[in-house]
Write a protein that binds this ligand. Structure first.
Ligand SMILES: [Zn+2]
Ligand SMILES: [Zn+2]
Length: 244
């Protein structure tokens, strides 16, 4: 069944309304559509929950609408009664207390590494994975874009993904994810937006996770209705995906 649990609407930074996403999901043949607004971007989370629950009733029998949340793990969030929670890091806290959105623009990333990690890219990347491992104990279900730290590394290279230290980081993180029992999303969002030519996590990271028995779901991290199944044709048939 075609599913997508990672979508953004006008409740956060998405372009289209939940209604437009649901309509497109039916047209594209989805069986399940999950909404996962950013926990730190929704002005009124109670209104968001009520709206999506109502939409689920309206689409009953045509589309299984699920209420989710993309929790920003670098900030406090409420687990609440969401059907599922995706746990993601878009911000990093540096040892000097610096706090920045490393996935926002290449310039913010560059300035942040310079100002808060002494220009040491490896130190920044290690701090990211340490945060991912540390927050696996939090209450969420799906590990969101596990190696988001790679986002700008093709167009604006800042670290070597083939280095031994990097391999060590993702091996340690794969071990920790497997021990947590959480699902991992194969997130095609960076393909649709032109940053990368493959999903998060990378093929090598996925192979480490698969070897440890971790289960995957496929998601597009869509910020508009037309991106709902972006690059799904490349992944749907060659990976095994779990239903929620
Ligand atoms: Zn995200
Ligand atoms: Zn997202």
């Amino acid at each position: 069944m075609k599913t997508n649990f990672h979508t953004h609407s006008t409740f956060c930074d998405g372009r289209d309304t939940p209604e437009a996403l649901a309509k497109a999901a039916v047209e594209k043949g989805f069986g399940i559509l999950g909404f996962s607004s950013h926990s730190d971007m929704v002005a009124d989370l109670a209104a968001y929950r009520a709206h999506i629950r109502n939409l689920a009733v309206l689409y009953c029998g045509r589309l299984d609408v699920r209420l989710g949340l993309e929790a920003e793990l670098a900030k406090p969030y409420e687990r609440g009664d969401y059907d599922y929670v995706i746990g993601s890091h878009h911000y990093i806290t540096a040892p000097d207390g610096g706090f920045f959105a490393f996935d926002h623009t290449p310039q913010i990333l560059k300035d942040g590494v310079r100002d808060h990690f002494g220009g040491d890219s490896a130190a920044f990347v290690k701090a990211y994975y340490a945060a991912v491992r540390r927050t696996l104990q939090l209450d969420f279900d799906i590990v969101g874009h596990a190696d988001l730290v790679r986002k700008f590394n093709v167009k604006h290279p800042f670290f070597d993904e083939s280095a031994d230290w990097y391999r060590g980081e993702i091996e340690a993180t794969a071990d920790a994810i497997a021990a947590s029992g959480k699902l991992v999303e194969v997130n095609t969002g960076a393909i649709a937006r032109g940053w990368l030519d493959d999903a998060y996590p990378s093929p090598f990271f996925r192979s480490l996770l698969r070897a440890r028995g971790v289960k995957f779901i496929l998601s597009s991290d869509a910020h508009s209705a037309d991106a709902l199944d972006g690059a799904f044709d490349r992944f749907g048939s060659c990976e095994e995906f779990q239903a929620l």
